[in-house]
Design a protein around this ligand. Sequence first.
Ligand code: PGA
Length: 250
Amino acid sequence: MRQKLIIANWKMNLDAAAAQDFAARLRAARSGVAAVELAVCPAFPYLAQLSAALRDADVAVGAQDVFPEPAGAFTGEVSVSMLRDVGCTLVLIGHSERRHTVAHEDDWLLNRKLRAALGGGLRAVLCIGETLAQRDAQQTLDVLTFQLSAGLSGLQHGGATSLIIAYEPVWAIGTGRNATAAQAQEAHRHIRAELRRLGHPAEQMRVLYGGSLKPDNAAELFAQPDVDGGLIGGASLQAASFLEIAHAAS
Ligand code: PGA
């Protein structure tokens, strides 16, 4: 039985005061969603603060990105060990905004990041998903196959709970247009089959859905047999809606 995992991706939102307020609300409500695993990914400057605010609250703190090298002349970058230093236990890799708009990261860089993160003891969430043009051209499943095989290449198998996949169709992120439950299930089932084919313990691994996930569509998406939780952007900026989504998963 895979425990549902709900991750807040705040992107470049929420300042120190807002993060503190969110953490307090989450602490207060945590016991009400005990059956669900929770994580919050703030911007880099607030990782240490959030780790302290959520200490012993059973909420993981994650980063939105990491650099694959351990140390050196990499201006502006942050290493795996630095993330661990500030209490971070999880990291997002290859979010669609990093692939397509912010940094144009390719699958080979993402593979290096993933290997560095897992090798350094972080849990890693590899984000994959097709663009609207790719979906319209019926390339969705091929795109997912490629992103998985490139992203996971050379990886040691067996990290069932430390490697997490997030299916995030690019056209659904921040648009208010979520994948239907059937579209999500089709993609998730395919992802799990590919994980199995690549030698990973697919039945134990979590595959999260992300893309305009909200309190009013969460229950239907989470009811799909291969949807193991969510990666939430816009609806994670308010503790109340994040918690509503967590309730839908519990
Ligand atoms: P959204 O973002 O929930 O605002 O669509 C999801 C994500 O980018 O992870």
